[in-house]
Design a protein around this ligand. Structure first.
Ligand SMILES: [Zn+2]
Ligand SMILES: [Zn+2]
Length: 297
């Protein structure tokens, strides 16, 4: 299988880096985990036809994981999509999808485009097969089984958040944490996996800054904790992803990030610091994700 990390940025929009999206491809069948801002253009940049992506899994409903979904839906309809995609997500995924499409925010766009015979020919694809799921097996076909657990991110009573595990017919396993604080359920889900792709939003220096500024960091995993998680889960390889911005190259970026990060510590060396902190507890294979990173298992 092939794993393409399409986007790695957490939270705020970024001029250079795309938000959360990972494409898993098993024997030419595509499965998209998250659809954050930039996912659509990243698919095309990586030579993947968006209309050939028929399975979308949403880890949770924060906008940095779902913002490109209407672009994906309307864009791939216009690109000749043949099948309505399966969309798997937590509770309220149906409301998210329905409020965007034929009867929702983009209804006039869709109505206007649907006047053309070419658009009418595949109009059915605008009605995706939405599956709101509970933890457990959330999807299965002849190639893969996808299992979800609740993780520790948004309070459960507001909106559930999933970690996701894919096991393939070829015996491979990949786990994606979604967004989460250190979570025993995620460690159990990831047990023995070939690859753990885990969020690592803030470097330790930012966590201290945010604690002092009263912003809070409870909903994410620190580099030091991430090393312990990978070790506890016994995974074969760790990929850290979902990073806040490392650099603020102009005045606007510095202003934007000044309430989230200690600006004086932003720079390319932050990745080195994060690696050192992960390494305090993890000596196995480690990669720091970047947009366009490809892993072949
Ligand atoms: Zn996020
Ligand atoms: Zn989130």
């Amino acid at each position: 299988m092939r794993i393409l990390i399409l986007g790695t940025r957490a939270g705020l929009p970024d001029p250079e880096v795309n938000q959360s999206a990972i494409l898993l491809t098993v024997r030419d069948r595509h499965y998209l985990f998250d659809c954050g801002y930039g996912a659509m253009r990243q698919l095309m940049r990586e030579n993947v036809h968006p209309g050939h992506v028929d399975h979308v899994f949403l880890s949770h409903l924060h906008y940095d994981h779902i913002a490109d979904f209407p672009v994906f839906m309307i864009g791939s309809w216009m690109m000749g999509r043949k099948n309505p995609p399966v969309v798997v997500g937590p509770q309220d995924t149906r409301h998210f999808v329905d409020s965007l499409l034929v009867d929702g925010a983009f209804r006039k766009d869709i109505e206007a485009r649907a006047q053309y015979p070419q658009r009418q020919a595949n109009f059915d694809v605008m009605k995706p097969d939405v599956r709101e799921c509970e933890p457990g097996v959330v999807f299965e076909d002849d190639l893969v089984k996808v299992t979800a657990c609740y993780v520790e991110h948004i309070p459960l009573e507001i909106s559930p958040c999933f970690g996701l595990r894919m096991d393939t017919v070829d015996g491979q396993s990949v786990v994606f944490s979604g967004d989460t604080a250190p979570c025993d359920r995620l460690i159990a889900l990831a047990r023995g996996a070939d690859l753990l792709i885990h969020e690592c939003t803030f470097p330790e220096v930012a966590i201290r800054f945010r604690e002092q500024a009263g912003i809070g960091t409870w909903a994410h995993t620190s580099p030091t904790d991430l090393g312990s998680i990978a070790k506890a889960a016994g995974v074969k390889e760790l990929v850290a992803t979902h990073f806040c911005a490392h650099q603020a190259p102009n005045a606007v970026m510095r202003e934007i990030w000044s309430s989230h990060m200690p600006i004086e510590h932003m720079g390319t060396d932050i990745i080195d610091q994060m690696v050192a902190d992960i390494r305090a507890n993890w000596d196995g294979p480690l990669r720091m994700a970047h947009d366009g990173m490809r892993i072949d298992l």
